[in-house]
Design a binder for this molecule. Structure first.
Ligand SMILES: [Zn+2]
Ligand SMILES: [Zn+2]
Length: 371
């Protein structure tokens, strides 16, 4: 797998505008030869990245795919590239084995048709999703398979004009794929380029805020919690100034930004500030989404967490946290089923809150005896 710490090829194709270079300079390898990339047609250098990413994905899936065939071309080996099979979704049994090249070709054809017929978002997006979601099980690809598809997607559309939405979407897929494969520094480099592009081309503010959210997530995954927090503060405050018609899903979007900011406050141990933010959001969220919506459940779970994690928590705070989490547990189990990640997170918090409460109770008994 080539290291993409140098983000050379993307830079070369983007042209040489100073803001893009600034954004990507932090991830450029010192040995990167810019002139070589500028001279070389980008599609040539990208082929290597795609092939390497596909080889890594095929290797990682080798045990699973033994003796299987591609559900698209029905062969074990791809007729042209001779690549092996992958499966990186939630398909079970003999379903869902495919060549990355076949998945990519399928997505490319569907997107081309959608563009040809000028489909609106509702009809375009299900086709665009083929770049990151399995059409059989309708779950997203993960790990190195997602990364290989991300590369294939970027290679397919990078030749388009820089302001083209599909080209921007392809860059997002590449970044998400790199993140899935644990290549976090490289993902950060891609998101920085995305943000620089969007700023340069005057993308709508809500799109910029979403990209900044991905940037903050990169910071968190790299252990840069304070930088993530300051970005989440900026995003949250900017989202209040947005024209609601700009945000798309309006209040849902803003509530999601509140969830992100609250998580970041807790991550950096600012419990009192998190509590105050969450109290304000909860009543609005209940009205907007109802008590069974995942965003409301997340907000309320974070509030319980802020209560029990606070060093100054009283036994009343801990009791309130336990009551909230018990309630959320039964709601989430009923609404999302017993295997949902949200349920696991609530269970973890509930067990911890009960432990903290027991600990505080013991301390109170010891203190009473000593007095
Ligand atoms: Zn195939
Ligand atoms: Zn699947």
């Amino acid at each position: 797998m080539p290291s993409l710490l140098h983000f050379g090829p993307i830079l070369a194709w983007n042209g040489r505008e100073p803001d893009i270079e600034m954004a990507a300079s932090t991830v450029m390898d010192a040995s990167y030869d810019r002139k070589r990339y500028v001279r070389q047609p980008a599609c040539v250098s990208y082929q290597t990245f795609v092939e390497e990413a596909v080889a890594v994905a095929v290797e990682a899936c080798a045990d699973d795919t033994k003796g299987q065939t591609c559900y698209i071309c029905t062969q074990a080996l791809h007729w042209k590239t001779k690549e092996g099979l992958v499966r990186g979704c939630s398909c079970r049994g003999t379903a869902g084995f495919a060549h990355v090249s076949c998945l990519a070709e399928q997505a490319k054809i569907l997107v081309a048709e959608a563009e040809e017929h000028n489909f609106d978002d509702d009809r375009f997006m299900p086709r665009w999703k083929q770049w990151y979601e399995c059409r059989l099980c309708e779950q997203r690809y993960h790990g190195v398979v997602r990364c290989a598809l991300g590369w294939a997607c970027w290679k397919t559309y990078l030749g388009r004009p820089e302001a083209d939405w599909v080209r921007g979407g392809a860059l997002t897929q590449l970044g998400n794929g790199l993140g899935e494969a644990g290549r976090l520094e490289e993902r950060l480099g891609v998101v920085e380029v995305e943000l620089a592009n969007e700023t340069r081309f005057g993308a709508p503010e809500n799109e910029i805020l979403n990209t900044k959210t991905r940037l903050a997530n990169c910071y968190i995954s790299l252990g840069r919690a304070e930088e993530a927090l300051s970005l989440h503060r900026e995003i949250y405050s900017r989202s209040a100034a947005l024209d609601p018609t700009d945000v798309g899903r309006e209040v849902f979007g803003r509530l999601q930004y509140a969830v992100n900011l609250a998580s970041s406050l807790l991550e950096t141990k600012r419990h009192a500030e998190a509590k105050s933010l969450l109290r304000k959001q909860l009543s609005q969220a209940r009205r907007a989404t109802g008590a069974e919506h995942a965003t409301f459940i997340r907000l309320r779970g974070l509030y319980a967490k802020a209560l029990y994690l606070d060093d100054c928590a009283s036994r009343n705070d801990l009791a309130e946290a336990v009551t909230i989490l018990e309630d959320l547990y039964s709601t989430a189990r009923r609404v999302f089923g017993s295997n949902h990640p949200l349920l696991r997170a609530i269970k973890f918090d509930l067990e911890r809150a009960i432990q903290y409460d027991l600990h505080l109770a013991r301390r109170a008994i010891i203190a009473a005896k000593a007095a």
